[in-house]
Write a protein that binds this ligand. Structure first.
Ligand code: PLP
Length: 416
């Protein structure tokens, strides 16, 4: 059993070591972050709020959590921060607990339009017993249709407008939705899970500045952190949000990964600007190159993307499922994705694939490498010899095995 475990672990690490990782919700952490994952913080309980815990032994965990709050405020300029949610879904669930009652209505993006399942009845919103209405969507601009939204909401009386997405190419119309929400007495919750690192680096919209009441986000997609989440909000909501988190949906909150989050904040302050700038640039270049190779990259008239993501319609070359599998065979790892014209029930074989360049950027890749990745994707889909492409991908990746944008560069895919 011991050997089997270690073999599985080693093989998993080698899989990613020699593949091109393009899943838009993933990233690698530095050793500075990983070292803290192994600390004694991971053995303890810090139930409650800073200075008001239910167990003894929490004094330094209080200091740690206070530091996490301080850094979050400094990076994002929020009035209040709760750093306890252990995942993005938990953060959204806590927010729904805080701001709604069962039976209330919220407005969010449908999954084919880029929304996350936790904004919908299948997940967090459903668990809270919320009625979910979807925004009208402007496919051409890949964004919320503000005028149509204004027209329909009068009859809905929503409690929350959810913004932010999982397929997230362009900034959302926060100011416009805040205005509409103000007219109907609703709150605006912006889910920044995908773009938190870009926001920290000043490369995406600033939903706090633009007036959102609450910003939720997981900390491990474009941000440098471990898998957990934060909630930022206006002071007037601090109390309800804190209670939504604890005792709402969190008891212990995995203090070792909180320490990792603090380190990720410190890295972001130092390296976030360069990293975010390169990430956004890389996404554009990859999109453009794929478009030039003849792929149906979404939104060519809008320069494809302003985030770390690229979306491609592959329905006429076998569909998202086929393409994602074919690419995996050649060592290119990404996911199939619903696109706006897909039925939400068609999750098994949707029209699209989603590509994220944040992890390859963290490994030090730039524009030249994006052009190479586009060519690898093209070869993988056209070449009759996947074994040969796999070999070339492996060789290419061997030059990018180090985590950059950190104080001390370190291996990305070794078992420590
Ligand atoms: C990934 C994601 C989440 C969920 O985050 P987890 O940490 O995986 O629970 C929530 N919202 C959006 C928009 C996401 O993309």
């Amino acid at each position: 059993m011991l050997e089997r475990l270690m073999e599985i672990t080693k093989k998993h690490h080698d899989l990613f070591k020699y593949s091109i990782p393009l899943i838009a919700s993933e990233n690698v952490t530095s050793y500075a972050v990983r070292r803290l994952y192994m600390t004694d913080f991971g053995h303890r309980y810090a139930e409650g709020w800073i200075g008001k815990r239910f167990y003894q032994g929490c004094s330094y965990m209080d200091e740690l959590e206070a530091l996490a709050v301080e850094l979050t405020k400094r990076i994002f300029g929020c009035e209040h921060a709760n750093v306890q949610p252990i995942s993005g879904v938990t953060a959204n669930l806590a927010t729904f607990f805080a701001l709604t009652n069962p039976g209330d209505c919220i407005v969010s993006l449908s999954v084919p339009h880029g929304g996350h399942i936790s904004h919908d009845k299948f997940s967090a919103a459903g668990i809270r017993g919320l009625r979910v209405e979807h925004y009208p969507f402007d496919i051409e601009n890949f964004n919320i249709d503000v005028d149509e939204t204004r027209r329909i909401v009068r009859n809905l009386k929503p409690k929350i407008f959810v913004l932010g997405a999982s397929l997230f190419l362009f900034p959302h119309p926060v100011e416009e939705i805040v205005e509409i929400a103000g007219e109907v007495g609703a709150r605006v919750v912006y889910d920044a899970s995908h773009v938190l690192g870009l926001m920290a680096g000043g490369e995406f919209q600033d939903p706090i500045e633009e007036g959102a009441d609450v910003v939720t986000a997981s900390t491990h997609k474009t941000f440098f952190g471990p898998q957990r989440a934060i909630i930022m909000c206006k002071d007037e909501l601090a109390k309800v949000i804190d209670r939504g988190v604890f005792p709402g949906v969190v008891s212990n909150h995995h203090v070792h990964s909180l320490a990792c989050y603090v380190m990720a904040c410190i890295e972001m302050i130092e390296f976030g600007r360069d990293y975010a700038r390169q990430t956004v640039k890389n996404a554009r270049v990859l999109a453009e190159e794929m478009y030039n190779l003849g792929y149906k990259v979404l939104c060519p008239d809008l320069d494809f993307t302003r985030s770390h993501q690229v979306a491609v319609d592959v329905s006429d070359i076998g569909g998202g499922d086929y393409v994602a599998r074919k690419l995996e065979e050649c060592g290119i790892i990404l996911n199939k994705n619903l696109l706006p014209w897909d039925d939400v029930r068609n999750v098994e074989n949707p029209s699209g694939i989603r590509i994220g360049v944040q992890e390859v950027t963290r490994l030090g890749m730039g524009e030249d490498e994006m052009r190479e990745i586009a060519r690898f994707i093209d070869m993988a889909l056209k070449d009759k010899n996947p074994g040969k492409v796999r070999e070339e991908v492996r060789e290419f990746k061997s030059n990018f095995l180090t985590v950059k944008y950190t104080f001390e560069e370190c291996p990305a895919y070794e078992v420590i």
